[in-house]
Design a protein around this ligand. Structure first.
Ligand SMILES: Nc1ncnc2c1ncn2[C@@H]1O[C@H](COP(=O)(O)OP(=O)(O)OP(=O)(O)O)[C@@H](O)[C@H]1O
Ligand SMILES: [Mg+2]
Length: 461
């Protein structure tokens, strides 16, 4: 392992050199600077130390200003402040702003060694995490949301606007396959406030009591079989984003609990009495008409107002005109890489076919159509005949030929298993919609998915 690099900054050259010498003896790669500005120049030249040990009061720039300068450069490294007794209060303030810790002058060397070791240890993971995060951020650049229409522009703009606001609540609306998940992740990864994780849950996928404990967690003993407590997603995503998909499917009592959290930013675990405070960004999505749900009294009006403050409407693909082709070309680029193909162009007839289609499944459907076409092609051009479009009326047609076949002789249960799998596998839509097609409740659908192990079956299909 290479030596860890430590920069020591102190306007008193004697002190800086003294510490650097001690640290070199401890087998660190230490360097002393009398000027914070010189150190920053070295960073801008590409140097990346593992830790900075800095004096708090310096004529050129205070330790706190230096801290801010490092933050601006998006560097994740521990900063330790050295301070005289009289300015301990300022050092505490520095910690609030992100310094790792402070050492009181005159510095006790043993204390310093222990603190450095701890900081370097804790940060070694963080630096790696930071790396991963940077890559994710790149993968979720706003430009990945393709389209030139005013609506899509607005979506990208809003995401940029939200980037420096912590604790936002956002509502994303749009038909199935219009990019709600994509936008939710893009909001998270483009935010300055994403030290925490991105977690998502589909509110239609779980029965009420399970959804509640997934969201809020529970204390040991909250249920008869709760032998240990469990953290809820709100806590797991603290400092990050919780994405509540199909928010319209949430039950009224749970809606009340969510609203109370949004108002107070605190909640209680199921079976708990402590108020827990988190800074979790809440992004909700729905393809339902929430105004209607409010009118029908299946969605709380107050919750609707609370989540509808920043609302993003994603356009249906059929309304996007020439953007359909723009997205198609992006998708082709993607599958060229993924499938090792060299498709360069669409014929005019193919373009027209894409422009004329209704796209009930929106961008997801377009991706599926192109993926299928590209699996079977070897050439550099896709023609209209390469594009197998699904009929658009209703989901009954969503199977390969619109029929569901079942070998006679099986049990009724087998039939049910097969049929539910068929609908889930051929329908690119919400569980709420699948439940509607099957004529059962979402809860029953959930029970059947679990009984027949359908999620796993479909995952591996
Ligand atoms: N404007 C866009 N530009 C590029 N890709 C897009 C765009 N909109 C959607 N996609 C892609 O289309 C696919 C479907 O998007 P996504 O899963 O986000 O849709 P959704 O609105 O969440 O659908 P559902 O309501 O069914 O959950 C994804 O692969 C996504 O990356
Ligand atoms: Mg989605």
């Amino acid at each position: 392992m290479s030596k860890k690099a430590i920069y020591v900054v102190d306007d008193d050259p004697k002190i800086g050199e003294l510490f650097a010498t001690v640290l070199r003896r401890d087998d660190y790669n230490a360097e002393a600077f009398t000027s914070p500005v010189t150190m920053l120049e070295k960073l801008d030249g590409g140097a990346v130390p593992d830790l900075v040990l800095t004096d708090l009061m310096m004529p050129e720039m205070t330790g706190i200003e230096l801290l801010e300068a490092l933050r601006e450069r998006d560097l994740t490294l521990p900063i330790i402040m050295m301070t005289a007794h009289s300015s301990v209060q300022t050092a505490v303030e520095a910690m609030r702003l992100g310094a790792f810790h402070y050492l009181q002058k005159p510095v006790n060397l043993e204390e310093m060694r222990a603190l450095l070791a701890k900081a370097l240890d804790l940060y070694s993971d963080k630096v790696e995490l930071r790396q991963i995060k940077r890559e994710r951020k790149k993968a979720h650049d706003v430009d990945k949301i393709v389209g030139t229409s005013a609506e899509i522009e607005k979506v990208r703009e809003t995401i940029e606007t939200l980037s420096d606001i912590p604790n936002t609540i956002v509502l994303i609306r749009g038909e199935t396959g219009t990019g709600k998940n994509l936008v939710a992740k893009t909001i998270h990864y483009n935010s300055d406030w994403n030290a925490g994780r991105f977690m998502e849950i589909n509110c239609a996928a779980l029965p009420d009591n399970l959804l509640e404990s997934e969201l809020f967690g529970y204390e040991k003993g909250a249920f008869t079989d709760a032998r240990a407590g469990k953290l809820g997603l709100l806590e797991i995503a603290d400092g990050g984003t919780l994405f509540l998909d199909e928010i319209d499917s949430m039950s009224m009592p749970l809606q009340a609990k969510l609203l109370s959290f949004l108002e107070s930013r605190t909640f209680r675990r199921v079976g708990g009495t402590d108020d827990i405070r988190v800074a979790t960004r809440i992004v909700c999505a729905t393809n339902a008409n929430l105004e209607e749900s409010v009118a029908e009294k299946t969605f709380r009006k107050d919750l609707f107002f609370r989540i509808n403050i920043v609302s993003l409407k994603l356009p249906a693909l059929r309304t996007m005109g020439k953007d359909i082709l723009l997205i198609a070309h992006e998708v082709i680029k993607y599958f060229n890489k993924e499938l090792k193909r060299d498709v360069e162009t669409l014929t005019e007839a193919a373009e027209q076919k894409l422009l004329d289609h209704e796209w009930p499944g929106n961008v997801r459907e377009l991706r599926n159509v192109l993926e299928r076409a590209m699996i079977f092609t070897r050439g550099s051009t896709l023609d209209a005949s390469d594009l197998a479009l699904l009929k658009t009326e209703g989901f009954e047609d969503a199977g390969a030929d619109g029929y569901f076949r079942f070998r006679s002789g099986g049990s009724l249960e087998d039939l049910e298993h097969e049929y539910i799998r068929h609908i889930l596998g051929t329908t690119d839509t919400s569980y709420a919609e699948v439940a509607r097609i099957l004529g059962i409740s979402k809860k029953t659908l959930w029970e059947k998915r679990r009984k027949y192990n359908l999620d796993e079956e479909l995952e591996s299909a």
